[in-house]
Design a protein around this ligand. Sequence first.
Ligand SMILES: [Zn+2]
Length: 65
Amino acid sequence: MAPKKQPYVCRGCHRVVDGESCVMCGSSNLTQDWAGYLVIIDPKHSDIAKKMNVDTPGRVALKVR
Ligand SMILES: [Zn+2]
């Protein structure tokens, strides 16, 4: 097993990205310099999702530098 690589996070919307560009906003402005993420399962019923302006399920980084 290879060591797990830090995934990229979109600088625009803080979404954790699996590929080379953000699936949410199409940006390729990504960074690996982030810490902690939140899993949004039900954005419509999540106060944190609302606070972070997230309206689709997924992983969102908490701190992006
Ligand atoms: Zn994005």
